[in-house]
Design a protein around this ligand. Structure first.
Ligand code: CP
Length: 335
């Protein structure tokens, strides 16, 4: 989809968020607004009563066609903390398993008057398809589509970096591992660029780097120690076996030997570098336990920040949809 079409699909006539499908072509100012809004929601999670009434009377429907631990549960918690009613469709026990199409499943959910859908699907572009063809007045939030995009993961990663490093302007950030199959890598590269990070590095074997990855404004390294030199942030990625076709790697042992993040390798980064990972982590494949559980790891902080980011995205998209409906109504009345 052309970038300007994507942008107009995601934003209303006043430039407010309406759907959240991808970070492609979203302005840095909007990403900063999401981070600022999420910052204000972090405090809600520390209260005795973890609720604000922003989405009272609204219904959020989680429709996950692919497995998830972190994204699904943190979207549920986020919607609950905003006082929405929340339905989570378990696709493995739904009528999808009896042959119902994605289109028909969503039409039925639409008929139940849901206001927002959070969708995860193994096909790249599934969330866009729904936003374009199925639900004109319902906000669609992408919870991860194929290898294309995972925009809320990208934003929770940015919140983690900002909270630990304060800004993006002077940072060196390395993204390590299976870049080729990773929707997280793509969302992170776009977000870091939009927020002004000057040194974004991708590190991995040639077989796991997309052709033309330099177009994202990143520097490419095939050697882990060289790529980690003096970085402030290390983002590790797992091998996405479910999306690999053919033998892209000799073995997991060989991958760990060359690209696994060990305490020894981490010494190439700055002494105060943080280590991130979107999860699920595979210990002894891309990361050593001593690093995953060590003092530089902020992997579990990422999960906590994910609730605040999802609260921000849900509330902002709901406001953008409501504002667009009002604008359409005003235009009709004056026509
Ligand atoms: N990071 C992430 O998307 O994790 P889940 O697959 O558990 O949601």
């Amino acid at each position: 989809m052309p970038k300007d079409v994507m942008r107009s699909l995601q934003l209303n006539d006043q430039g407010q968020l309406r759907h959240f499908l991808s970070l492609d072509n979203l302005p840095g100012a909007l990403l900063t607004e999401i981070l600022d809004t999420a910052d204000s929601f972090l405090e809600v999670g520390a209260r005795a009563v973890k609720k604000v009434p922003l989405l009272r009377g609204k219904t959020v429907c989680n429709v996950f066609f692919e497995n998830s631990t972190r994204t699904r549960t943190t979207f549920e918690l986020a919607a609950q903390r905003l006082s929405a009613d929340v339905i989570s469709l378990n696709v493995s026990t739904s009528s999808t398993s009896k042959g119902e199409t994605l289109f028909d499943t969503l039409r039925n959910l639409e008929a139940m008057a849901a206001d927002m859908f959070v969708v995860r699907h193994s096909d790249s572009g599934a969330a866009h398809f729904i936003a374009e063809h199925v639900c004109p007045n319902v906000a669609i939030i992408n919870g991860g589509d194929g290898r294309h995009a995972h925009p809320t993961q990208g934003m929770l990663d940015m919140l983690t970096i900002r909270r630990h490093k304060g800004q993006f302007e002077n940072l060196s950030v390395a993204i390590v591992g299976d870049i080729l199959h990773s929707r997280v890598a793509r969302s992170n590269m776009l977000a870091l660029k939009a927020l002004g990070c000057p040194d974004i590095r991708v590190i991995g074997p040639k077989t796991l780097l997309p052709v033309g990855v330099e177009q994202y404004g990143v520097r490419v390294y095939n050697d882990l120690s060289e790529g980690l030199k003096d970085v402030d942030v290390v983002i590790m990625l797992r091998l996405q076996r479910e999306r690999m076709q053919g033998g892209l790697l000799p073995s997991e042992g060989e991958f760990y030997r060359l690209y696994g993040l060990t305490e020894q390798r981490l010494r190439h980064a700055k002494p105060d570098a943080i280590v991130m990972h979107p999860g699920p982590i595979n210990r002894g494949v891309e990361i050593e336990s001593a690093v995953a559980d060590g003092p530089q790891s902020v992997i579990l902080n990422q999960v906590t920040y994910g609730i605040a980011i999802r609260m921000a995205v849900l509330s902002m998209a709901m406001s953008g949809q409501t504002a667009q409906r009002q604008m359409n109504q005003d235009a009709e009345e004056h026509a």
